[in-house]
Design a binder for this molecule. Structure first.
Ligand SMILES: Cc1ncc(COP(=O)(O)O)c(C=O)c1O
Length: 381
């Protein structure tokens, strides 16, 4: 029997068949390029000529050490990182650095720092840091309609501080800086978890430290990359555990203890993939186009879908949106799943919807989502 005789036409898109994958708009863990997943699948079984799987080989094996060196070199090339900055790979994801940054770049219990509060992650970073140092508020997001980042030229930075901390892309709020807030020559610290490698960094030298969890553009959860100006770590941290000191991590070349070897392997595959795709300028142009397509679908829906962020600071990576009739949201998400478009629910703290479109998401996936959204609206009555 023709199934169409009994079922209405599904909305655009389709449930992936056996062996196929959905378009995955998850915020992290996030979509990985198919070829990367395939290569990792093979390497889990057998890594090069070693006769071992990549998750089974010693982190001290010359082949593995070479891999980590190669990863660092690729990261340096991709970001044009100056030699003044060390590159660290640390287990535990991004959040530990909310505490490690004030510990290592300020003076525990005496230091003064400044935080720009532009969303969920910067607020959490500030509250973690406040246990260790004084944290001034340099700026707060303007919560109107639209939501906007206040002009850095007018930020409140009267007191001398050890660093100015900000979150380059707020993955829950969908707010992103167009360029780093270089103010008063202050050393910058940036959480770039949700947009590192999505575009070139114009001048990495303005940063004392950049950190990022790997789960968006550099592979899988549980690994963080830290790029820190070595000179900024001159202060003594006597009495604090060595494991918490970036200087020790630099001295041990990120091998203070057994590192998460599979995550490092995945990061290396992703860095190779980014180079193969043409580097960050190429990826940035693709990311701009994908974001423009999706925001256009929202803005041209006549209010059926809404994003409240001012266009100048809309995230190119995480696109949160709400349906005007919020009661429809569960049904919308279910229909999307049925069309092979998954992980579009908003963060549990805010609800609504959110599509994350990191480097690995092809334009075809975004076009499919836009088409689905238009068709859902048309058939929603
Ligand atoms: C901007 C930002 N900072 C920090 C985090 C926390 O990352 P983790 O869960 O690896 O600690 C996230 C997670 O999504 C994030 O998007």
């Amino acid at each position: 029997m023709n199934p169409k005789a009994v079922r209405p036409d599904p909305l655009p898109g389709r449930v992936p068949g056996p062996g196929e994958r959905s378009w995955n708009f998850g915020p992290g863990p996030a979509y990985l390029p198919d070829e990367v997943v395939r290569e990792a699948q093979e390497a889990l079984w057998r890594f090069g000529e070693t006769g071992m799987g990549v998750a089974e080989i010693s982190h001290r094996d010359p082949l593995f050490l070479e891999l980590v060196e190669g990863l660092e070199a690729r990261v340096r090339r991709l970001l044009a990182l100056p030699a003044s900055h060390a590159v660290l790979f640390m287990a535990g994801g991004a959040r530990p650095h909310f505490s490690l940054v004030p510990l290592n770049l300020s003076k525990p219990r005496r230091g003064r720092t400044a935080y720009a509060l532009t969303g969920y992650w910067s607020r959490l970073a500030r509250s973690d840091a406040a246990v260790l140092v004084q944290t001034e508020v340099a700026a707060e997001i303007l919560e109107g309609d639209p939501v906007a980042i206040p002009d850095p030229a007018r930020w409140n930075l009267r007191e001398p501080v050890d660093y100015l901390y900000y979150t380059d892309n707020e993955s829950i709020d969908g707010v992103e800086f167009g360029s780093p807030p270089v103010v008063g020559g202050l050393p910058l610290v940036a959480d770039m978890t949700a947009n590192l490698f999505s575009r070139p960094i114009p001048d990495p030298d303005v940063f004392d430290l950049i950190f990022a969890g790997a789960q968006k553009n550099l592979g899988i959860t549980g690994l963080a990359i830290v790029m820190v100006r070595k000179e900024a770590l001159a202060g003594s941290l006597e009495g604090w555990p060595r494991y918490l000191q970036y200087r020790d991590w630099i001295a041990c070349r990120s091998m203070v203890n057994t590192p998460p070897t599979f995550n490092l392997y995945m990061a290396d595959l992703m860095a190779r993939w980014m180079e193969k795709e043409g580097g960050l300028a190429v990826l940035a142009a693709r990311n701009r186009k994908k974001a423009d397509l999706l925001y256009a679908a929202i803005d041209q829906s006549g209010g059926f879908y809404r994003n409240r962020v001012a266009p100048a600071c809309r995230s190119r990576m995480n696109v949160p949106f709400r349906l005007a009739d919020e009661r429809r949201t569960p049904q919308f998400l279910e229909a999307a799943r049925g069309a092979g478009l998954v992980q579009i629910a908003g963060h549990h703290s805010v609800g609504g919807c959110r599509a994350s479109i990191y480097n690995a998401m092809p334009e075809a996936g975004v076009r499919q989502l836009c088409e689905f959204m238009r068709e859902y609206q048309r058939t929603a009555g």
